[in-house]
Design a protein around this ligand. Structure first.
Ligand code: ATP
Length: 235
C-alpha cells in the first residue's frame, strides 16, 4: 500500500499541493484526473522524490519514501513513465528497453523481462533493431511503458499516456493497461481522458487546485457528477 498523507509540496516559494491524502491499493489501478494545472504531475514528482515534500508523509508498505532520491526509487520498486515518453531517440528499441533494467538486481532478469515485454508489445519485437527516434507516437508510448516494466516495479506510475495519440493507439494503450491491471500490477494513471481512465480504473481521485475533491470507487462514479466537478469554477 502506497500512502500519501497530508502532503504539501511545490516549487520553491510556490506551493502547489495542499494537504493532499491518497491511498493507492496494491494490485489495483488508481487514476488521478483533473484539469491542466491541478497539480497531478507535481504529485507524481513528489512521489518519485523529484521535488521535496515540505509537510506530510509518503509511505510504501509502511516505510517512508520521503527523502529517497529519485535514482534510488527502483530499489523500492517504483517506476514512473513521464509525460512526453522521453525515449532515447538515437538508441534502438531493444537498447531503450535494456536501459530500464540498468541496476544490477534488474540486469539478472533482463532477458526474461525483455521477452515478456515483446510478448505484451509485439510491435516492439518487430522493431527491436529500429532507432527509437523513428517510431510513431503510439509506438514510442508503448516503448516507454515497456521500459518502465523492465525493472518489474511494484508500483508503476504513468503520466498522461494517451496525450497526442491517434484513437486506434488510445484503444491499444487502454487494452494494455487493462491487461496489466488484470495481471495484478499496482498502477497510478494520470489522465485527461476522464472517460477512458474511469473505465479502466478501480479507484478515482479528482484533483483541483492541489487538493483532492473526489475519492470514489470507479464502479460508483457517475460521469455526469464527475464532469460537473471537473469543470466547476474554482471559488
Ligand atoms: P497538466 O495536466 O497540464 O500537466 P497538472 O495537473 O499535471 O497539469 P502540474 O504540472 O502539477 O499540473 O502543475 C501544477 C501547478 O504547478 C501549475 O500552476 C504549474 O504552473 C506549476 N508548476 C509546474 N511545474 C513548475 C515548476 N517547475 N516551477 C514552478 N511552478 C511549476
Amino acid at each position: 500500500m502506497l500512502e500519501i498523507q497530508n502532503v504539501r509540496a511545490g516549487y520553491g516559494a510556490i506551493n502547489v499541493l495542499w494537504d493532499l491524502s491518497l491511498s493507492i491499493a496494491p494490485g489495483k489501478l488508481t487514476t488521478i484526473i483533473g484539469q491542466n494545472g491541478a497539480g497531478k504531475t507535481t504529485l507524481l514528482r513528489a512521489m518519485m522524490g523529484l521535488i521535496p515534500v515540505s509537510q506530510g508523509t509518503i509511505t510504501l508498505d509502511g516505510k517512508p519514501l520521503n527523502g529517497t532520491p529519485t535514482w534510488d526509487m527502483h530499489k523500492v520498486s517504483m517506476a514512473m513513465i513521464p509525460e512526453g515518453r522521453m525515449v532515447f531517440r538515437d538508441m534502438t528499441v531493444e537498447e531503450n528497453l535494456m536501459m530500464g533494467a540498468f541496476a544490477p538486481q534488474h540486469r539478472a532478469h533482463a532477458a526474461r523481462n525483455l521477452e515478456r515485454s515483446f510478448e505484451m508489445f509485439p510491435r516492439l519485437r518487430e522493431r527491436r533493431r529500429q532507432m527509437a527516434g523513428s517510431l510513431s507516437g503510439g509506438e514510442a508510448q508503448m516503448l516507454a511503458m515497456a521500459r518502465g516494466l523492465m525493472s518489474d516495479p511494484k508500483v508503476l506510475i504513468i503520466d498522461e499516456p494517451s496525450l497526442g495519440l491517434a484513437p486506434v493507439m488510445v484503444n491499444e494503450l487502454f487494452a494494455i493497461l487493462k491487461r496489466l491491471k488484470d495481471d495484478g500490477r499496482t498502477m497510478i494513471l494520470v489522465e485527461q481522458n476522464t472517460h477512458r481512465a474511469v473505465g479502466v480504473a478501480d479507484h478515482v481521485y479528482l484533483m483541483q487546485s492541489g487538493k483532492v475533491v473526489l475519492s470514489q470507487a470507479a464502479s460508483e462514479v457517475s460521469l455526469e457528477h464527475l464532469h460537473g466537478l471537473y469543470f466547476a469554477r474554482e471559488s
